[in-house]
Design a protein around this ligand. Structure first.
Ligand SMILES: C[S@@+](CC[C@H](N)C(=O)[O-])C[C@H]1O[C@@H](n2cnc3c(N)ncnc32)[C@H](O)[C@@H]1O
Length: 572
């Protein structure tokens, strides 16, 4: 039901309350209807069903009481009636109290019986069965889980195109729509495979990502919060389905989850492309270029997706579920491909996140043993995380939110920023500082840690919705050459990059490789138990490798850690 229809239902409901309030003992439904006075030309049965359907939310909320054929207003109902003067708010607030009430507001009886929308009704009911009433009601009642508010952590990059690259009068989407070069156009998006992307007017964007990156441009204009994925509604499409498709930011979590589970392409970024007055949302995604799967590969791949659905990690949102053509092997309507021998399902908007809180927590707990670096804590129950994970309530030695505050202050004092810069995080642990740099707008973050830590870094970063990152799992020694691990597409972006060297000097010393990377500033953090004098002397040693000045410095505590010195070292 649309907003205006809900407002109309709210109005009729207010009228019902207005009448019933004068009859504390209750009024028969027949009497009530005679007082409601339908329009003479109104279909009596439809009017009756509409009014009764509008009464379900307040009945379920206990605002209305029914005794046989008699209706009356309860005390709560009277105060709600006085409190919510706006009709839409009135009925919406009533519907928040129960699933049945919510469903009746979204599936009013006349809508069921009109006969005109039978196929749509069937798809709505199937959709409700697939994703579960509880989920829809929770969504409507507005209980927002923690992760929902903070993920994805990474900020969206806005890429401004040079003026006039399109000539006059054309939009970006029209340009590709008419373009003769090889690309795919569907109802909702235009996909440019890597070669087309690299040769197109967006070549300057393509070089900022791995060579295997293709670009999927959403045809509905607008930034990531405005542009809807689906821009054509087909007859029979479930309205609830369309309303439930995640926004672009949460779709990055779906894409990352599919990738982490070995059935989805690697998402490199979600970007906003600005051209003149227009903004277009686009996904930079690894091309699955090894053709369509065989029947056998497809069946195994779809079975894997079904396992994820059965495990409650994802829900297929198409009303027909896995019976939908989008999952019919071998091609899945052009959504299934092979990449490096693996089945890859590219249309991530066909899924809703399941119990994401549980998934996030499991991912963080699995990282605990590998990531912990420091004391075991009896109070904390043995080994615990080194870095806190956003959206998960698990103890950790270091608190990323507190570190963010101090870091922001120092960056401001030093008058520098990581925005649009490549950041290298040496000894990155599970990557939560990388996630923070990406939140601050870093162009890309590459991290190094032990071979048994780095796979968890990848998993946790993906679970947080980070995409602009890469890692190297290795044991670093004095002569370790960091530069050989830097992804080749970053080579032309290194000037002015940033090095993050946090709580690692004691383990790695001052690496000579730091001379070879053309960083503009280095974010340094010392260790527990070190004094300011110790800091001065370590910096003196470092100056023999790379000339630097201390642009900002502060001592601080965070999490369970003792005081540490954090500093911004500017390269001279
Ligand atoms: C004290 S933790 C600091 C983590 C992170 N930089 C931070 O401040 O939150 C040190 C990290 O360096 C990693 N590390 C220590 N020695 C290493 C080595 N030789 N090679 C690779 N990683 C190492 C550890 O695995 C650990 O994640």
């Amino acid at each position: 039901m649309g907003l205006s229809e809900r407002t109309e239902s709210g109005k009729i409901l207010q009228r019902v309350f207005e009448i019933l309030i004068d009859f504390p003992e209750g009024l028969s439904i027949k009497e009530l209807f005679s007082r409601l006075n339908p329009e003479p030309n109104q279909n009596g049965r439809a009017f009756y069903e509409w009014v009764m359907c509008s009464c379900i939310p307040p009945l379920k909320a206990g605002w209305l009481k029914s005794r046989g054929y008699y209706l009356s207003v309860s005390e709560e109902g009277r105060s709600a009636y006085e409190k919510f003067a706006d009709p839409h708010t009135f009925i919406k607030e009533a519907a928040k109290h129960s699933t049945r009430g919510w469903l009746s507001l979204h599936f009013p009886r006349p809508y069921y019986v009109s006969g005109k929308a039978k196929d749509r009704i069937v798809s709505e009911i199937r959709f409700v069965r697939r994703v579960g009433v509880k989920r829809l009601a929770t969504q409507a009642i507005g209980k927002v889980p923690d992760w929902h508010k903070v993920l994805p952590v990474q900020s969206v990059r806005r890429i401004k195109l040079a003026d006039n690259i399109l000539g006059s009068g054309k939009s970006l989407v029209e340009h590709f729509h008419k373009d003769k070069s090889s690309h795919y156009e569907g109802g909702h998006a235009i996909y440019l495979p890597p070669k087309t992307f690299q040769a197109s007017i967006l070549a300057e964007v393509s070089v900022q990502y791995p060579r295997s990156a293709g670009l999927k441009i959403i045809k509905t204009p607008g930034d990531v919060d405005q542009a809807a994925y689906v821009n054509i509604v087909n007859k029979g499409d479930s309205k609830l389905h369309l309303n439930s498709i995640h926004g672009h930011k949460h779709l990055t979590l779906v894409a990352n989850l599919l990738h982490a589970k070995g059935v989805g392409a690697r998402l490199f970024d979600l970007v906003e492309i600005e051209y003149g007055q227009d903004i277009w949302t686009a996904y930079v995604i690894e091309d699955a270029d090894d053709g369509a799967p065989s029947m056998e590969q497809c069946r195994a791949g779809v079975a894997r997706l079904q396992q994820l659905d059965a495990a409650g990690l994802l829900r297929v949102s198409a009303p027909e579920g896995f019976d939908d053509d989008e999952f019919r092997c071998p091609g899945c309507e052009g959504n299934a491909f092979i990449k490096d021998g693996q089945f890859t399902y590219v249309d991530f908007q066909n899924f809703l996140l399941g119990d994401y809180a549980a998934f996030l927590k499991t991912t963080a707990v699995e990282a605990t043993e590998a990531s912990h670096f420091g004391d075991r804590s009896i109070l904390r129950g043995g080994t615990y995380l080194y870095q806190t994970v956003p959206g998960v309530n698990l103890p950790a030695k270091r608190n990323i939110d507190d570190r963010e505050q101090v870091l922001m202050r120092l960056l401001r004092t030093a008058d520098v920023s990581v925005k649009d810069r490549v950041v290298f995080d040496v000894g990155c642990n599970i990557g939560m500082m990388m996630a923070l740099y990406l939140k601050m707008g870093a162009r890309w973050a590459h991290g190094w840690d032990r071979p048994y830590v780095a796979p968890h870094t990848d998993k946790v970063l993906l679970a947080l919705g980070c995409t602009r990152f890469s890692t190297t799992g290795t044991d670093i020694n004095d002569s370790y050459d960091l530069t050989k691990d830097i992804p080749s597409f970053l080579a032309s972006r290194l000037e002015g990059c940033v090095v993050s060297y946090l709580a690692v000097r004691e383990h790695l010393g001052w690496l000579k490789a730091l001379q070879q990377i053309p960083w503009a500033f280095l974010i340094y953090e010392g260790h527990e138990g070190e004094t300011r004098e110790d800091f001065e002397s370590y910096i003196k040693n470092f100056k023999q490798i790379v000339p630097v000045e201390v642009a900002a410095v502060e001592d601080y505590f965070d999490g369970d850690s003792e005081s540490r010195t954090l500093a911004i070292l500017r390269r001279l």
